[in-house]
Design a protein around this ligand. Structure first.
Ligand SMILES: [Zn+2]
Length: 350
């Protein structure tokens, strides 16, 4: 049947209405909030994924990217290193050619060239050869690694409002992971390890997530855990919403059911976290030995603390195992493999 003939037959056109492909919208808005718990790599990959998916869904539509930054401040009140890399290098050099318009905290810029649509399938993040280790936690010295360089020397904790303001959240903020209230002020690096009272050394977490958060010397690993827990427990955010809102969230690909992991055995929970947060594979689990156990206790003693009198905290112990594994294997390729594996997760299986 010719196209011309079909358009003349009104009844038939009506019955086919639901099969018709809607006209491609001319414009599409993309939005990403660089959360306080995202580092450069996770943020870059997520922006890239949003961009690539938008081209798959609406090929050639004019794209406007709205980028906002939560926290990520340096001592001078500007953006810290990770946010700076995103705003001043990754976005203008890599993402901008694929956009029509870019909207950042600095303002809106239009692409005076034609928006490119040949978006690559995969984004690979590289490090300068031989310098990969500089970007990671120093497992030799087990030092405190904080986000604040010259931290505030105040002796008392900042108020919840001050932390919320730093994070760009409204008053009466919810838990960073599950959005529940009330929230507690959770140290990123515990004060017993020398963590400061600087606003950048705090997260706002509900009691449940505060109790689970790791008590470790590495701020970046703490934030990576928050990021992981946010994805693991994503369903709990929707608990108090109506069925209608939940249905909309599901249509957008979110999980709206809470996953209850409270009955999981301690060692299984550590294993789950090593797999999903630290990227361990069978070859890594096979390295379990007395040597590893010894290193693990050394790491626990030097760079972790007990909190809430909780003797065995899954998040603290899995971090210590991961650091210990690298201390005994000294295998940068293995470390890179585990790291890349974790970066590519965007959904954690139950
Ligand atoms: Zn929570």
């Amino acid at each position: 049947m010719s196209k011309k003939k079909r358009t003349r037959k009104a009844p038939q056109r009506k019955s086919n209405a639901k099969h018709r492909i809607p006209k491609t919208p001319k414009r599409i808005m993309l939005y990403h909030d660089m959360a306080v718990y995202e580092n450069f790599e996770r943020c870059a990959l997520r922006i890239f994924t949003i961009l690539r998916n938008s081209q798959h869904k609406l090929p050639g539509a004019e794209r406007t990217l709205f980028l906002r930054i939560q926290g990520h401040r340096n001592d001078e009140g500007g953006y810290d290193h990770d946010a700076w890399e995103i705003i001043h290098h990754f976005i203008p050099e890599f993402i901008f050619p694929y956009l029509h318009t870019l909207n950042t905290p600095f303002g809106e810029v239009r692409n005076c060239n034609k928006q490119r649509n040949d978006i690559p399938d995969i984004l690979t993040i590289g490090y300068p050869a031989g310098e990969e280790g500089d970007f990671w936690y120093d497992v030799d010295l087990l030092p405190i690694r904080a986000r604040e360089v010259n931290g505030d020397t105040r002796k008392s904790r900042p108020s919840k409002d001050a932390i919320a303001r730093y994070l760009g959240m409204e008053s009466n903020p919810g838990c960073l992971i599950c959005w529940n209230t009330p929230v507690e002020r959770a140290h990123v690096v515990p004060s017993s390890l020398g963590g400061s009272m600087d606003v950048r050394n705090f997260a706002l977490l509900c009691e449940y997530h505060h109790e689970q958060a790791p008590d470790i010397a590495d701020a970046e690993a703490f934030w990576a855990w928050v990021d992981y827990a946010e994805r693991r427990d994503a369903g709990s955010k929707w608990e108090r919403e109506s069925e209608y809102i939940k249905r909309m969230a599901r249509q957008l690909g979110s999980r709206t059911e809470k996953v209850d992991r409270s009955e999981v055995d301690f060692i299984d929970a550590v294993r789950f976290e090593l797999e999903h947060l630290y990227g361990w594979e069978d070859v890594d689990f096979e390295r379990f030995s007395w040597d590893l156990q010894e290193e693990y206790h050394r790491v626990l003693d030097a760079a972790t603390r007990k909190h809430f009198g909780v003797e065995r905290k899954v998040a603290t112990h899995s971090w210590a195992y991961d650091v210990a594994l690298y201390r005994i294997t000294r295998d940068p390729e293995g470390r890179k493999r585990r790291r890349n594996k974790v970066l590519l997760y965007d959904y954690i299986p139950e």
